[in-house]
Design a binder for this molecule. Structure first.
Ligand code: ZN
Length: 237
């Protein structure tokens, strides 16, 4: 039996890999700006505080499920919480510049056996505050070939994440569609459709090897939507 003392001596730390959502949160261009407004306010003489929230489901750190691009497929609320826990996640240090894509050659020399989730740390997250326009319109992403290669050769991988606003480039809708479809489609040659986490905060994971221990994704629990903002909780060594 694991006692509290055992857990304490484990030297694990729990970190949140999601950004806070506020009125200034980045949102994919073409979607709606978040609006978080006070409704009742004690300071205005009300008895209690309440807020009204209007937040696009692809705002802030969020998870894309297949229904985002394939209408008759699984939306995020169709996933059981057990499917959103990853026991063998990996953070990959892959610095990328504006508009650069993660290519198969960035991964092909690695032994990815056993991993169920890969988070790509491109370093582009620093532009989220430094240069918002650049963060939204010049983001690095993942190439179509890389998604296809991962799904064909590493069927154990169920989720990819990135510290940029999208897995695909901003300026090419057709390519973005192809890339997302490659991630979400059902295909006998592939493993299960992927989940994609975008706008991740990967600064809290140490750069030491195998520092990531376990990952739990907790999406907003809203019925029927394709994707949702989420809390991504990781234990690190
Ligand atoms: Zn999205």
């Amino acid at each position: 039996m694991i006692s509290i003392i055992d857990l304490k001596s484990d030297k694990m730390k729990t970190v949140l890999l999601s950004y806070l959502i506020d009125n200034d949160s980045p949102y994919y261009l073409g979607t709606t700006k978040p609006s978080i407004k006070p409704n009742k306010q004690i300071k205005m003489g009300d008895d209690y505080n309440t807020f009204n929230l209007s937040v696009g489901n692809h705002c802030g750190t969020h998870i894309d499920a297949p229904k985002h691009f394939i209408d008759k497929s699984k939306g995020i609320s169709d996933y059981d919480i057990e499917e959103l826990i990853f026991y063998q996640p990996l953070v990959l240090e892959r610095p990328k510049r504006s508009n650069e894509l993660l290519e198969v050659k960035d991964l092909s020399d690695l032994d990815l056996k056993g991993y169920d989730c890969i988070l790509f740390r491109t370093g582009f997250g620093k532009y989220r505050d430094e240069n918002r326009d650049k963060y939204l319109t010049q983001n690095p992403g993942i190439s179509l070939e890389t998604i296809q290669w991962l799904r064909e050769n590493h069927k154990n991988i169920r989720c990819l994440g990135i510290d940029s606003i999208s897995i695909s480039r901003y300026d090419d809708d057709e390519y973005a569609k192809k890339t997302h479809l490659a991630a979400f489609i059902n295909d006998d040659n592939y493993g299960k459709p992927l989940l994609l986490i975008e706008d991740l905060n990967l600064t809290r994971i140490p750069k030491t090897k195998n520092s990531l221990n376990k990952l739990v994704i907790v999406p907003w629990n809203i019925n029927g939507i394709d994707s949702a903002p989420c809390n991504v909780i990781a234990t690190i060594k």
